[in-house]
Design a protein around this ligand. Structure first.
Ligand SMILES: Nc1nc2c(ncn2[C@@H]2O[C@H](COP(=O)(O)OP(=O)(O)O)[C@@H](O)[C@H]2O)c(=O)[nH]1
Ligand SMILES: [Mg+2]
Ligand SMILES: [Zn+2]
Length: 313
């Protein structure tokens, strides 16, 4: 039997689900050693990988024997203390952090961490504010503030309500023809939004199952769905953190576009923008040109424990 190609839509370790180029879903075993140089990963093949596979004789399953070069991939630590990493997804065109001012309220710390991660991987990233139907007047005002803040920094924001059908057409346009990674707290409405965009998928909606999984420390896996209008969306249930591996402290400010723009004006070229004299970033902060919430989240990322552990490999 000849060689086939396809894209991985689910991957659970030694098995992967592949959507073939002729649109057939095939469960495949992974054969061979597909290690990435310098990274110990728990999964050799990830969602979004383009792969070569063969059908097994007299079986309806296949064997993956080749992975096409990835144009990018996003990883995290397999577990908090582990030195192994887990590839969440590969070949991503754009990412979304889904937030809400309602429940479960999303902190700017969470949003900024995700933005920084996407910036580090050079993946364009946008923000969805969901559950608009639930916002009271104060929450609407808060939304306006957040949208203004993040738009000024350079991120496109969408306001959505799956329940009231707000913003769905805009989201469809945004997703068309692209591979999009959708992330956000459990219960924020990721599955509900995917269903609204692609009703045939019938994803399970309701945070209970996700919370359940969290409590049991079960690893959950990203899953990719093909969209009828072209493109794919990757749901990331239960994935709370997108770890930055091999990320240097000096890099953090570069991942804040508004700081990146100014830091060449700092007096010291190794300025960390914390306490150094002649710091252009702190000056802009004091002039109100950089937001306090963004700056505080910058400091909090700088203080992350993973900068203390140097021995990652
Ligand atoms: N009021 C309201 N509820 C929503 C909206 N979107 C999702 N939900 C509800 O939020 C809960 C969690 O949604 P789900 O899609 O499972 O979140 P996920 O964990 O991010 O996939 C469900 O009860 C949904 O019905 C929305 O726009 N407005
Ligand atoms: Mg979900
Ligand atoms: Zn500085």
């Amino acid at each position: 039997m000849g060689d086939l190609t396809g894209v991985v839509i689910r991957s659970t370790g030694s098995w992967a689900t592949v959507l073939s180029s002729s649109n057939v879903v095939v469960e495949c075993r992974i054969k061979g050693n597909f290690r990435i140089k310098g990274i110990k990963s728990t999964n050799p093949v990830a969602v979004g990988d383009k792969v070569d596979f063969r059908m097994q004789e007299n079986e309806d399953s296949g064997v993956i024997h080749g992975i096409h070069p990835r144009h990018n991939f996003i990883i995290r630590k397999a577990t908090r203390l582990s030195k192994q990493s887990h590839i969440i997804a590969a070949n991503i065109d754009q990412a979304v952090v889904m937030a809400t001012i309602a429940s479960p309220r999303t902190s700017t710390g969470f949003i900024d961490r995700f933005l920084v991660t996407a910036e580090a991987y050079h993946i364009p990233v946008s923000i969805f504010f969901n559950k608009y139907d639930l916002y009271d007047t104060a929450q609407q005002q808060q939304l306006e503030k957040m949208v203004k803040l993040y738009t000024e920094v350079g991120y496109v924001c969408y306001t959505t309500s799956v329940v009231a059908g707000i913003g769905i057409e805009e989201v469809k346009d945004f997703l068309k023809g692209k591979v999009t990674l959708l992330s956000g707290h459990s219960g924020v409405g990721k599955s509900a939004l995917i269903n609204a965009v692609e009703p045939g998928l019938n994803l399970k909606v309701g945070a209970i199952s996700d919370y359940h999984l969290k409590g049991k420390h079960t690893t959950t896996f990203a899953e990719m769905f093909a969209l009828k209008d072209g493109g794919y969306i990757i749901d990331t249930p239960g994935i709370k953190e997108f770890g930055l591996i091999n990320f240097e402290k000096q890099e953090v400010a570069e991942r804040f576009p508004e700081m990146r723009e100014l830091m060449h004006n700092c007096q010291f070229n190794n300025c960390t923008h914390v306490h150094e004299p002649g710091c252009a970033v702190k000056k802009a902060l004091n002039q109100g040109k950089i937001s306090h919430s963004r700056y505080n989240n910058y400091l909090s990322i700088l203080n992350d424990e993973y900068f203390e552990e140097k021995e990652w490999d």
